[in-house]
Write a protein that binds this ligand. Structure first.
Ligand SMILES: Nc1ncnc2c1ncn2[C@@H]1O[C@H](COP(=O)(O)OP(=O)(O)O)[C@@H](O)[C@H]1O
Ligand SMILES: [Mg+2]
Length: 367
């Protein structure tokens, strides 16, 4: 049972504030992913929770107890870093057993703990090897084993698979997920890779310049981004964002993106949902899969010209020009034959997002 809470946490390095009023509650057994660009404060947050870094304001609570004044070793939290830092002169067995030796656990208990962890991580046959004889993925498995073996209250992982090549990263991602399902334990995992975050997290915490942007399940942050930063950070290819105005037209709402000769048809309900923002300039967001592309003209579809077509195997990403405005659409592979082709497209209202251009905040429209 471990629950971690950050209350009003602030951290400065000299005059630079790198964590700004961070509030976050992590439940027992939860897998939380801290996601953000390099330099946004992820590692600092993790180190503060582990006790490797002091904080300037606020509280860090573990199971309701403030721990910000406790030493790292008194917090019972394990951390795995990107660099494996295994002891090169020790075998895999000795590396994993090392944290238990420090607790003076007896030989038989140590042995069964090491073997159990090795079994879970599927590295039993490597126990007699030295780190120099291991692949990158196996080295990271050993590092995770060493962190897990003493059954810490929580696991903190800082870009643990960032240094591995793409195929191995995918494999290790699945492995870490399997391990979490099997072992449980409250986990905070740091990455700048949104795909890793989406695939691993119970909840994703998105940070930007030391400020928490949104906390939510992968589905929530994808379907309902709280602001323009999250909208463009999560999802690949990135969400289209265009300056737009909304007006009433023949009993419906029309959303006209800058540069386009006509408006996209939306249900009239949009006008009410916008709550005074109708008529003002705002930002429209739509992911490529939110554009519906057709070969024939139909009600609500606007003409467009295909520009660049990116074949991605199971689907294509097609740049469509609506007058001067370019929006990227996702189509069945080969649906648009060649650049220059004329097609028709509409925006699926359920997949449209509206943001205040100035503040970047979502206007919370749900159609
Ligand atoms: N020990 C330090 N002294 C001064 N500045 C630091 C120190 N550690 C990190 N920083 C700065 O704090 C900011 C956040 O860093 P970090 O938490 O490592 O970000 P992330 O892990 O998200 O890439 C960065 O601007 C970084 O340069
Ligand atoms: Mg970092």
């Amino acid at each position: 049972m471990t629950q971690i809470e950050l209350r009003g946490v602030q951290k400065f390095f000299g005059a630079v504030q790198v964590i700004k009023d961070l509030n976050l509650r992590i439940e027992d057994n939860e897998f939380i992913v801290l996601l953000g660009q390099s330099g946004c404060g992820k590692t600092t947050t993790l180190r503060a929770i582990a006790g490797l870094e002091t904080i300037d304001e606020g509280d860090i609570l573990i199971d309701g107890q403030a721990v910000q004044h406790l030493k790292c070793s008194d917090r019972d939290i394990a951390m795995v870093f990107q660099s494996f830092s295994l002891y090169p002169h020790m075998t895999v067995y000795e590396n994993i057993a090392f944290p238990l030796r420090a607790t003076r656990m007896n030989r038989a208990d140590t042995d069964s703990a090491v073997r159990e962890v090795a079994k879970v991580l599927r590295i039993t046959e490597l126990l007699d090897r030295r780190p120099s004889a291991l692949s990158g993925g196996d080295m990271q498995r050993v590092a995770i084993g060493r962190a897990l073996v003493r059954r810490p209250k929580a696991m903190l992982m800082d870009e643990p698979i960032g240094a591995l090549d793409a195929k191995l990263r995918e494999e290790m991602r699945a492995e870490i997920k399997r391990l979490h399902i099997k072992q449980g334990s409250t986990t905070i995992y740091v990455t700048h890779d949104q795909i890793e975050a989406m695939s691993l997290a119970d909840r994703i915490v998105i940070m930007h310049e030391g400020v928490l942007q949104q906390v939510g399940s992968p589905e929530e942050v994808y379907a309902h981004p709280a602001n323009l930063f999250v909208a463009q950070f999560v999802g690949s290819p990135v969400m289209n964002i265009a300056s737009a105005t909304v007006a009433e037209e023949k009993g419906k709402a029309a959303v006209t993106v800058e540069g386009a000769p006509q408006g996209f048809a939306f249900p009239q309900q949009l006008l009410g949902s916008l709550n005074g923002s109708a008529g003002r300039k705002l930002s429209l967001g739509v992911r490529p899969e939110g554009l519906v592309v057709a070969h024939e003209a139909a009600d609500g579809f606007l003409p467009a010209e295909a520009h660049i077509i990116e074949p991605l195997g199971s689907y294509d990403i097609v740049d469509l020009k609506f007058g001067e405005q370019m929006l990227r659409a996702r189509t069945r592979s080969g649906f648009v034959a060649k650049p220059g082709d004329r097609v028709f497209a509409r925006i699926d209202p359920a997949q449209a997002h509206f943001f205040d251009t100035e503040s970047g905040q979502s206007l919370g429209v749900r159609l």
